[in-house]
Design a protein around this ligand. Structure first.
Ligand code: SF4
Length: 331
């Protein structure tokens, strides 16, 4: 049995919609609407979906930067949402986040050394004050930057180097889990690969577990062990890397996959692309039945009324969890 470090059960986050002078609650935005998964020690779970699907809210719930509306989250066998005060602080050290945009997530007035040492202000007992500079130098070296640059400012670095600084800050407290919230989306494609390779290397070196949030399947392909595809606050398909990329059964995943470019120009020319029409519906008013039915080319009357459960579908080696009434392996 693989060792589970993070276990989410039916996580829900609804935001009330308040209107009128008395700010009466007139509805709710269902940002995350019943998400369950396990993250194994040393594993990377890719979480993929279009903007507005709830993946970043999910990331914040996993860090407890937001309180859930309902649901459970176990971290290393301990109920995270039941923790208070110092117990919660201690737990927070073990789960850190790297944000999307390296251009805005680093304070331009602080030196790189101060940015990376920032977590020690909140958790001063992790590294004694006299050893912090040395630890920051180690971290710079670990992420492939020169320790000599400790007194430079963020604007003196390229986008890729800034994201390395963000990763160094995320590692300062020796966490067990990193939530990577679109860590390479703001970077050029060539630089993306370097940062993904660095994350891959750090994972093996430090036995880290990652939740890697991204908006397209190509980014997480080379780093994920398993992939969860989200649509309108729900996981619609989850499985091992090979199951998702070779045997996707949900039409939404199939559409996302068809948008991933293939390096071979002959294959690229001949393959069929699935173009999704229409926008993602509002999470304040998700469609009844299957939430994807307004954009799905396979939808039937049944899809408009019956919610498809996330359950084992597909056949043979491609068997994995998918939420489609008509799930079948992509031929
Ligand atoms: Fe499409 Fe119906 Fe499957 Fe939903 S349940 S993904 S609408 S075929």
């Amino acid at each position: 049995m693989p060792d589970v470090i993070l276990k989410a059960e039916e996580l829900v986050k609804h935001y009330p919609i308040k209107t009128g002078v008395v700010r009466r609650t007139t509805g709710k935005v269902r940002a995350v609407d019943g998400v369950s998964f396990e993250l194994h020690r040393g594993e990377t779970l890719g979480v993929v979906g279009e903007s507005g699907c709830g993946k970043s809210t999910l990331g914040r719930l996993l860090m407890r930067l937001e309180e859930p509306t309902s649901g459970h989250l176990d971290f290393d066998g301990v109920d995270m949402y039941a923790q208070k005060g110092r117990d919660m602080d201690r737990m927070r050290r073990d789960i850190q986040i790297v944000f999307q945009d390296p251009y805005t997530s680093l304070d331009p007035r602080m030196t790189v050394g101060d940015i990376i040492a920032e977590p020690f202000k909140i958790h001063p007992d992790v590294v004694p004050a006299r050893k912090r500079k040395e630890r920051v130098r180690e971290l710079l070296d670990l992420v492939g930057l020169s320790p000599e640059h400790i007194n430079r400012y963020p604007h003196q670095f390229s986008g890729g180097q800034r994201q390395r600084i963000g990763v160094a800050r995320g590692l300062a407290l020796n966490p067990k889990v990193l939530i990577l919230d679109e860590p390479v989306s703001a970077l050029d494609v060539s630089v993306q690969a370097q940062v993904v390779n660095l994350l891959d290397h750090l994972q093996r070196e430090l036995n880290l577990s990652y939740v890697f949030i991204a908006h397209d399947l190509s980014v997480v392909r080379h780093i994920s062990d398993r992939v969860a595809v989200m649509y309108l606050g729900k996981i619609v398909e989850i499985g091992d890397d090979a199951q998702i990329y070779e045997h996707a059964t949900h039409p939404y995943t199939q559409a996302l996959l068809s948008a991933v470019p293939v390096p071979d120009p002959v294959v690229e020319e001949s393959r069929e692309q699935i173009v999704l029409t229409g926008d993602v519906p509002s999470p304040a008013n998700p469609p009844k039945g299957c939430r994807f039915h307004t954009r799905c080319w396979k939808a039937t009357e049944k899809c408009k009324t019956e919610v498809p459960l996330l359950q084992l579908r597909g056949d043979g080696q491609g068997q994995h969890l998918s939420a489609c009434h008509y799930a079948e392996a992509l031929k």
